[in-house]
Design a binder for this molecule. Sequence first.
Ligand code: SF4
Length: 198
Amino acid sequence: MVEGDIEDFTGCTIGYVERTNLSFIDVPGQIATVVFVRGCSIRCPDCHNCELQSFDETKKTTVDKVVAQLNELELSQWICFQGGEPLDQADFVRAIIEKLRSSFKVCIYSGYNMELVKRKHKELLALPNVRMVKAGKFLLKKRIYDKFLATTNQRVILKHQIDATEGKVQWDELDWINNSKEFIEEQVNKACYEEKVN
Ligand code: SF4
C-alpha cells in the first residue's frame, strides 16, 4: 500500500486506537502514556508492530473518548503517539491533542521521514504542546539498544523555548546517537517549558 491509498482522515473525529500504556522509556527521562494508534501504510520491512498495521474496525473510537481517558491520567507528564502510524490519521491525532489538558506535553513517533513530517504537518507541529518528534522507518540492521529504543536512521527534534518573555520557540535537532543518556534527558527536559500565557 502506498501513502495515497490510506483512508481519508481529513477533519476526522473518528480514528483507530489499539491501546494505551504507561512508559518510562519512550520519552527519555519522562513519564509518558503511549497511545498506540492502529493502522499503518508505511510497511517497514522489519516492522516491530506488525499486528498494528491494519485499520481494524473493532478498534474504531472517537476523539472525545480518547481525550476523556487521557485527561484523567495523573502520573503522566507526556502523551506519546505511536503505532501503527499516527500521521496516517493526522487530523484525528491533532483533534485529540487540541483537547488535551494544557499541562501535557506531546511526543509523536512517525515512520515517515523527518523532511516529509515537517513539510506536510506544519500545523500539527505548531501546536503549543507538541514538543518532540521522532521520525524515520524502523530498520532492524540499524537498531541500537543502549539509548531509547530506535534505529540510527531515525531523527529526533525537540521544541525549545528561546525567549520566555515573547514565547519564542524553535525546533532543535537532537543528536541522540553521539550523546549520553544524561544529555538526551536534559534536552528533553528543556522541552518541558510552560507556555507563555498572554
Ligand atoms: S511505521 Fe511502525 S507500525 Fe508502521 S510499518 Fe514501520 S514499524 Fe511498523
